[in-house]
Design a protein around this ligand. Structure first.
Ligand SMILES: [Zn+2]
Length: 113
């Protein structure tokens, strides 16, 4: 399952290989490219991988970025199972760069999403 590789890479980029966030810090994963992964799968895998790294009770939140259709300009929320624009029906283009990036907030203050 390629989502595992995407989550491992995002965690490695944020914390180093086998590193983890400070205990008690919520981990926010920003799913930049929802064409490449499902948010529920990402949340599940991140929790599993952080427990494997030694964080007993990881707090994981996934934020999914919406996409703008290059053809018609409509904003939508594609997924691996619905990769086309709901307005014009054309497929969304895969984004360059990482599909997932990790943000760690050091307070439990809610961030604007
Ligand atoms: Zn469109």
């Amino acid at each position: 399952m390629h989502e595992t590789g995407l989550v491992v890479r995002a965690l490695d980029d944020a914390f180093g290989s086998d590193g983890m966030p400070p205990p008690g810090s919520p981990v926010e994963l920003v799913l930049r490219d929802p064409l490449r992964a499902e948010s529920s799968t990402i949340a599940f895998l991140a929790g599993l991988l952080l427990r494997e790294r030694g964080l007993p009770h990881p707090q994981v939140r996934v934020v999914v970025e919406s996409r703008r259709c290059a053809a018609c300009g409509a904003t939508g929320m594609p997924s691996p199972t619905t990769p086309t624009c709901s307005t014009c029906g054309l497929p969304y283009r895969q984004l360059d760069g990482p599909a997932i990036v990790v943000a760690v907030s050091t307070s439990d203050r809610p961030s604007c999403v």
